[in-house]
Design a protein around this ligand. Structure first.
Ligand code: SF4
Length: 286
C-alpha cells in the first residue's frame, strides 16, 4: 500500500501535477483505477491543500453503468468527496445506446467505444470548465500508458507520442489540463490496492467491448512483461524520454477553433462535431 502511495506522491511532486490552489476534478467511473485514484488523492487535500471533487459520467449503457455509479457513490461517501453525476442524455440529448443504434441504422461503422471515448472526453472538459476545475485527474495506469504508446507507434502518430506524459506539455485555452497520477503504477498493483482497501470491484463487462488493437497489445505486453519483467516500465520510460525530444514540436503546434462549435481543436471540425454531423444530430451542451 505504501509503495503505491509513495509512487503517486513522487509523481505528483516530480511532474508538478498540482499546486495548493488547484481545484481537482477526479474522473470517477467506479472502475478500480479511478477508485484508487480517489482514495490516494483524498490524502493530498491535507498534504498539499488542493481541493477535490469527483465526476461520474453515465453514458447510458443499461446493465453495466449502474454498478459503477453505485461504487462511485460508495467511494465518495466514504471519502467525503463532493460528487456529481452527469449523463450523455443530459449533455447531448441521447444515451450511448441511442447513439450507437442511430449509427448502426445509418451504416456508420464506428465501434461503441469510439463514440463513447470521443463524447466522454469532451464532456469531461466541458464539465471541468463549468464546475471551475483547474485540473482533471484520470486513473490511467502503467499498463494503459504502455499500450497507448505502442498504439501510437503502430499508427505512426508522432504528435500523440509527444503529448503523452503524466501532465500536458502545453496548456491551451479552453482545455483544462488532464493529469495522470497513476501513470507509473502497474494495473496488478492497483487491483491489489483496491482489494486490500476493501472496495468493491466492478464485475460487469460493458456490452460494447469488442476485440481491438488495444486488446491485442495488452495480451502481448502481459506476455512480454511476464517473460521479461520491467518491459512495461521501460516502454513508459521511453515514452517520457521521447516526449521531451518532441516538446518543441508540440509547443509550436497550433490549436484552432472548431468551425462548428468554437471549441479548441487541432482540426477544423472537432471530433465531437464530426460524430454528430455523421449522425445528423445537433449537439447540446452542459
Ligand atoms: S467499454 Fe467502450 S463503450 Fe463501454 S464504457 Fe468503456 S469506452 Fe465506453
Amino acid at each position: 500500500m505504501r509503495s503505491v502511495e509513495r509512487t503517486v506522491f513522487k509523481t505528483i511532486k516530480r511532474e508538478r501535477l498540482f499546486t495548493p490552489d488547484d481545484r481537482i476534478m477526479i474522473a470517477l467511473s467506479g472502475g478500480k483505477d479511478s477508485v484508487v485514484l480517489a482514495h490516494v488523492l483524498s490524502k493530498i487535500e491535507k498534504r498539499y491543500g488542493a481541493k477535490l471533487f469527483a465526476v461520474t459520467i453515465d453514458e447510458g449503457v443499461r446493465g453495466y453503468r449502474e454498478e459503477g455509479i453505485r461504487i462511485a457513490k460508495d467511494v465518495t461517501n466514504k471519502l467525503e468527496l463532493e460528487h456529481f453525476i452527469f449523463t450523455f442524455k443530459e449533455a447531448y440529448g441521447y444515451s450511448l445506446e441511442e447513439i450507437y443504434g442511430m449509427a448502426r441504422s445509418k451504416g456508420i461503422p464506428l465501434l461503441g467505444c469510439s463514440f463513447c471515448g470521443i463524447l466522454r472526453r469532451r464532456l469531461l472538459n466541458d464539465l471541468a470548465l463549468k464546475l471551475g476545475a483547474t485540473k482533471v485527474a484520470t486513473g490511467h495506469n502503467l499498463d494503459d500508458e504502455a499500450q497507448t504508446f505502442l498504439i501510437n507507434v503502430f499508427r505512426g502518430d508522432i504528435e500523440r507520442i509527444g503529448r503523452a506524459g503524466a501532465r500536458p506539455l502545453v496548456v491551451r485555452d479552453g482545455f483544462i489540463p488532464r493529469v495522470k497520477p497513476l501513470r507509473y503504477i502497474p494495473e496488478k498493483e492497483i487491483a491489489v490496492y483496491v482489494y486490500a482497501k476493501g472496495y468493491n470491484l466492478y464485475q460487469n463487462e460493458c456490452p460494447y467491448v469488442r476485440a481491438s488493437l488495444r486488446d491485442e497489445i495488452r495480451d502481448l505486453l502481459n506476455r512480454l512483461d511476464a517473460d521479461h519483467p520491467g518491459t512495461k516500465h521501460s516502454i513508459v520510460n521511453v515514452s517520457d524520454a521521447l516526449s521531451k525530444f518532441l516538446e518543441e514540436k508540440i509547443v509550436a503546434s497550433k490549436m484552432e477553433s472548431c468551425t462548428l462549435c468554437g471549441s479548441p481543436s487541432s482540426r477544423k471540425i472537432c471530433r465531437t462535431c464530426e460524430v454528430f454531423s455523421l449522425l445528423g444530430i445537433r449537439k447540446t451542451s452542459v
